[in-house]
Ligand binder design. Sequence first.
Ligand code: UDP
Length: 483
Amino acid sequence: MKNQRRQLVLPPRVLIFPFPAQGHVTAMLTLAEVLSLAGIDVTFLNTDHIHNRLFRHADVEARFADYPGLLFRTVPDGLPDDHPRSHERTEVFHSMIATTKPVLKEMLVSGALGSVTCIIADGSFARFATDLAYEFQIPIIHFRTVSACCIWIHFCVDDIIKAGELPLREKEDMNRLITSVPGMESFLRCRDLPSFCQVRDLSNPQLNSIARETRQSCRAQGLILNTFEDLEGPILSHIRSLICPKTYTIGPLHTHLKLRLARKNASKSDQSSNSIFEVDRNCMDWLDSQPSKSVIYVSFGSITILTREALIEFWHGLVNSNMRFLWVVRPDMVTGEGGEGDVPAELLEATRERGYMVGWVPQVEVLAHQAVGGFLTHSGWNSTLESIVAGVPMICWPYFADQQINSRFVGEVWKLGIDMKDVCDRKVVEKMVIDLMVERREEFVRSTAEMARLAKESVSEGGSSYCNLDRLVEYIRLTSKEK
Ligand code: UDP
């Protein structure tokens, strides 16, 4: 009798599905591990392409063996094997909506994903997952891998247009202030708008897509952000009042995971890679032999493309600054004619003396290394957070997406570095490297140390991100029970 009355309650199982790109996979896999640690079962869904690269280059299998409730599943992205996916994101987006959505639906019906009680969808392509969640009556939470300040601008696109501040004019003054985004009236210039908003034509498909996808978060039951209250507090209150009241800030996620792992089991506090590129660790030996804070680390992330001319400008700037440098040059990063034979001999010579170029590094470890004193970055959100935690000041050279607004916040609001923006000139690079590493070093040491302290505090027991994660886990358990 007692048994008959007992209700069948499914254990919570969350389906996590990142957009297929390094930055999204990194953040969402970290989220998956954090939730697994909290006892939530997770089904992590990748495209076949990403899954194969992840299992080839990262130690995912061994690492997740500790979590029997974590399942990896794959879906096709509908593109041929040799498609240059990371450079053609719009094509990936459309192909996935056409191909992946029906497969995903079928998998939900057949139970191939386990008994999913909650979906955590990547908010950058949230519409199809949100539609499915509504159809299957599964609670849906969005996760955004970009900064809160970027999401807020994307949400305000209609208001910027109504105020007549978009589209950009033919001969635009890119320093013109945009005053219609609450909280950013005094410092947001045209050139700081996320790249998809810098349009001269309002029918631009990317502009419409990001505005539409961002508004989808109003349909979600919750919104998870990889940020922390002390960093983006004022913007977060706008997001909570107009986009999603249940906004959980749980970042910086990579540090949050590290601390939670250490708490649970001290021997497991070392983080592993989520890389879809082959990591070359030899640079760590090189760093070991460099003086403290003497190296500027240079990386433009997993997607940025550089022309050969831009590469040579950066190279001259770095060499002329006389600083030591560690530079990530991915094999697919540079376009245009020419090879090593076309590089001026003085650059090669100086690089042999005080530089190190590498295809892909363990970035979190590099930033934490005592020899690294600065970061020349493309201002991707993961890189920005990793630099903040490591207390390393930045020179920002944003490439696309949220990077333009991240770099503005780094330079103007948080004062954690210098925003080089859309300039790529050897003299400017040289001057900014010297400013960051020598001239303004003291100023940046103070500001970055303070922000690093706040970041770590937020993910420590009792901190805002720590408490928000506990609330999120509680919420997932509760809605899973209702489901
Ligand atoms: N990364 C890395 N090794 C490298 C370069 C980058 O591990 O040599 C990692 C970096 O730590 C970050 C991610 O790749 O976690 C890049 O994400 P981000 O959001 O900064 O930029 P995106 O690649 O999405 O433009």
